[in-house]
Design a protein around this ligand. Sequence first.
Ligand code: PLP
Length: 400
Amino acid sequence: MSKNYFKKYPNKEGFFNEYGGAFIPPHLEVEMKKINDAYYSISKSHKFISELRNIRKHYQGRPTPVYHCNRLSNKYGGQIYLKREDLNHTGAHKLNHCMGEALLAKHMGKKKLIAETGAGQHGVALATAAAYFGLECEIHMGEVDMAKEHPNVQRMKILGATVVPVTHGLKTLKEAVDSAFEEYLKDPINTIYCIGSVVGPHPFPMMVRDFQRVVGIEAKEQFFDMTGELPDSVVACVGGGSNAMGIFSAFLENEECTLYGIEPAGKSFETGEHAATMTLGTPGVIHGFKCYTLQDEDGNPAPVHSIASGLDYPGVGPEHCMLKDLKKVTYDSINDKECIDAFFELSRLEGIIPALESAHAVAYALKLAKKHPQQSILVNLSGRGDKDLDYVIDTFGLPK
Ligand SMILES: *Cc1c(COP(=O)(O)O)cnc(C)c1O
């Protein structure tokens, strides 16, 4: 892949080949252009870069380590390594882009950050960033999700955010998106809508990727320091695709590294209860951008399922769609059962409880390791599993 990859993609209109762009009303186009222009000038500014660097080091606790899994490798074969984003402040990779978005908002003179949240992970990360910068924060969340994810609602409130319950429709993520968007449109001058992954209209897929690149840059150097080589395989889970783009971005030009993006196969493909957008989706427009989507017969986003609520999105980042078509990344899937098994394996063999999202990537790495015992495999462990304990124990009980 050419050295000019990051100059070439996305193009000026925000396209990664045919995917991405900004399919939005004209008045929003104006706001997105302002955000884009601010990002371009600020991302080249020495002050912005050094402020972000300072935050990453002293506030987030970066660089996060790369860890070699001794017991897991002995049992499954291969040499399995984890990039420990579970040790990033707040326990997942999401803070990497939320701090970047909030810093941009501050530089643009915005007063308030607005977002939706499904399971509450994006809401908590954004509320953290808002507290750090002294900005207001308003998180829209479906009432059903609020009941399900009560601890995250409490976290957001403790951090000083306002949580707006969304009470119409199915009262989950889709309605929360609409509600947050409506609020943003009331005052786009003083507020900014902070998107939680490499999705949405341009420039968000590009900005969020750029803010997540730190994961790949660190991991590549750390892995090389430990082994004197690059990994044979790099594995990450894909919901919207931000943690995966973060780690993949450093290895795109290394043809010798095989990159794997892992989607949720949910209960199974046959039941229709999955969120395997790349494997089974078709190109379409969703939430203001073009990507592979899972749609119902009327062309609306289909209901999707994953045991990991951070992965159940009926679209996917446009850059992933391009990388799939270019065959630069292999997309495959892991089902709920395989995910739970990997969740317990990593906990018991290494003393690391992974997020259910991340456990999809771990599960795939275990399969790869069995198949290719000579390989080194680097997994992006996108987050820790504390948030999932109640759900796992209620649903599966404790293993004997
Ligand atoms: C939200 C989340 C994800 C999924 O988001 P991506 O944008 O696909 O990375 C993965 N892992 C964890 C721990 C999350 O919280």
